[in-house]
Write a protein that binds this ligand. Structure first.
Ligand code: M6R
Length: 603
């Protein structure tokens, strides 16, 4: 949530900051702003709405500086408005601040500052930061002391950048539970919430750990939580700029749907091969450890949680170890039963999801082994977990997750096969699944090529208000993901149900013309789901069937036949396209749906 960018160097910062914000717009897009230093003063441009509004208001001839900070907001405290947009300043205009995170004790701090004569312009939690800086600066006349004292007062999460005319060539940086990276470019030093915003200028990144700080001017000096100077090494990130380009597609989501075969192939590359057992680089679990496991938790949010459900299906089928999949925001507060014989797997595309990270910390505290599955190198979750396995989907920019989901599913299935092979279980089946995993990218290409039919369907559905998605086993988990895709980008309400559950209540909502998606990819239970589809059909529903079986119905979308463990990787693709085309038909902003942000760094 919220994206921040900063630059100090010898070029004009404004175009760089605007460009960086545009790359980070997926993190929040209800208001945006920039502060620069010019003529020993802070100059601010900010407004409600998207970054192009900000661009339109900037006078590029006049608004020029070599040091600046910028922000794109996802509102937490206070409505989207110009006043609540960042950067925020103190009343004496000594400090300008951009912040990502939540200052939990801001009301208390605000009250105290008001008692000391400070007056606030916004409803945000962030505004206490420049005010505190000014409060402490007035006491000691020392910016660094003010910075230390301010940070000591803050509870909650933050990635903060501060500029001040009192130190005209310096950006003060602090991080706690919100991501921040620093990169040294040829013409200056860059800071951002996320790598893509500054990838154009460097591939060597310093990742700040929680409670670390940095003072950035001609060079960068890092400090630990006690404000002692520390040495940090840069890490080389081998991403190409074209990975964050739309490559001629109308939207990132469409591009990312098309990139799915490649994303899966890259994720499995080196892990799954025909001639050997599944193997992970730098990571192994021994048989003795796996045999004493009594429970596995897979914890995640949203789409990543749906990928976790496919993981449950695969691990239970292949390894016969009980698995629970939990929404991170529930898991962390319900005192789950975890001990040294529990394995906890955390899935997060961004690796920055606040609830997932908190759940991971809880599992570690209770001595469980923790494994992170993330798409972002060196993201927070990877630094907290005992082990990390990366999906290699490449940067996912659209808010609605597609290629990351496919990669997570592929990886967790490969992990299930890996564990079964170590445990000497279901070896023949494991071998078949390995073979099919390698064939999947080709099958995916076929489904993607046939996308015209999804467009035709989308035109028929676009004016609906309520839909159902039903299936059994893995098909139900895909129904959940398909329903989420539709909701988040087309704003059409839909429900996913286990096919057998409809008649226990929700079937009362089915009326003449209600669209019901049925997913059938497991021949063992296809008859059962078919009967459930007949039940809704006889009540007037329009059925659309996605299947790899030879079933005749009015509207069938056929997909290649693979083992039910792997079918989600294929059956989700038509549903992604249908959600996409419906949103396009409705004229909606597919990549940046209302109220959402890509990276949910607040709980
Ligand atoms: O970065 P994460 O995988 O932790 O994100 C989890 C969810 O916020 C994310 O999957 C969300 O549900 C997507 N918008 C779904 O498309």
């Amino acid at each position: 949530m919220c994206g921040i960018v900063g630059y100090v160097g010898n070029s004009n910062c404004v175009p760089k900051l605007v460009k960086g914000l545009k790359t980070l717009e997926y993190r929040g897009y209800d208001s945006a702003g920039i502060a620069i230093l010019k003529n020993e003063e802070i100059w601010v441009a900010k407004d409600k709405g998207r970054i192009h509004n900000l661009e339109d208001m900037i006078d590029y001839k006049d608004f020029v500086g070599t040091i600046g900070i910028a922000h794109t907001r996802w509102a937490t405290h206070g409505i989207p408005s110009k006043n609540n947009a960042h950067p925020h300043m103190d009343q004496n205009k000594h400090f300008a601040v951009v912040h990502n995170g939540i200052i939990e004790n801001y009301l208390e701090l605000k009250e105290q500052l008001i008692m000391h004569g400070f007056s606030f312009q916004s409803e945000t939690d962030t505004e206490v930061i420049p005010m505190l800086m000014e409060y402490y600066y007035q006491k000691d006349n020392d910016v660094f002391e003010a910075f230390k004292n301010t940070l000591n007062e803050l509870k909650g999460s933050y990635a903060i950048l501060i500029i001040t005319p009192l130190l005209p060539n310096t950006i003060l940086v602090a991080k706690k539970n919100s991501p921040l990276v620093v990169g040294k470019g040829n013409d200056g030093i860059y800071i951002a919430s996320d790598i893509p915003a500054i990838l154009e200028y460097t591939k060597d990144f310093f990742f700040l750990e929680d409670e670390e700080k940095a003072i950035i001017n001609n060079d960068v000096t890092f400090y630990n939580e006690h404000f002692q100077e520390i040495t940090k090494n840069a890490k080389y990130i081998d991403w190409e700029m074209d990975a964050i380009d739309k490559k001629g597609f109308e939207d990132y989501m469409l591009k990312e749907i098309h990139e799915q075969p490649e994303a899966l192939g890259n994720t499995l590359n080196g892990i799954v091969g025909l001639d050997k057992a599944v193997r992970f680089v730098n990571f192994s679990l021994d048989k003795e450890y796996l045999e004493q496991l009594n429970h596995i938790y897979i914890v995640a949010c949203g789409t990543a949680m749906h990928a976790g459900l496919v993981g449950k299906y695969s691990i239970e089928m292949l390894c016969r170890i009980p698995v629970d999949v939990e929404v991170a925001s529930e898991f962390r507060y319900r005192n789950p039963i975890i001990n040294a014989n529990t394995l906890c797997i955390f899935i997060s595309q961004s690796g920055e999801t606040a609830d997932t990270i908190a759940a991971l910390k809880l599992a570690r505290k209770r001595h469980a082994k923790t494994i992170a599955i993330s798409n972002v190198f060196e993201s927070s979750i990877t630094r907290e977990a005992d082990h990390t396995i990366y999906t290699h989907a490449g940067p996912e920019i659209a808010v609605a997750s597609t290629k990351a989901y496919i990669s997570q599913v592929g990886l967790i299935v490969a992990f299930a096969v890996y564990m079964a092979e170590v445990l000497d279980k279901e070896l023949e089946l494991c071998h078949d699944i390995q073979k099919e995993l390698l064939a999947l990218p080709n099958y995916m290409e076929q489904i993607i090529e046939n996308n015209e039919q999804y467009y035709e369907l989308a035109k028929k559905i676009k004016n609906e208000h309520d839909l159902f998605y039903i299936g059994r086993g893995n098909d139900y988990y895909v129904a959940m993901e398909g329903s989420l895709k539709l909701k988040e980008i087309s704003y059409i309400h839909s429900e996913a149900y286990p096919a057998g559950e409809l008649k226990h209540g929700p079937i009362a909502l089915v009326e003449n013309g209600t669209f019901v998606f049925g997913i059938i990819t497991d021949s063992n239970i296809s008859e059962k789901t078919l009967s459930n589809l007949e039940e809704v059909k006889s009540r007037g529903a329009n059925i659309i069937l996605i299947t790899n079986q030879n079933i005749k119905k009015e509207h069938v979308i056929n997909i290649p036949n693979v083992h039910p463990i792997l079918s989600p990787i294929l059956s989700i693709i038509p549903l992604q396209f249908i959600a996409y085309f419906i949103a396009k038909e409705k004229g909606l902003d597919v990549d940046k749906p209302r109220n959402l942000a890509k990276s949910v760094t607040v709980e």
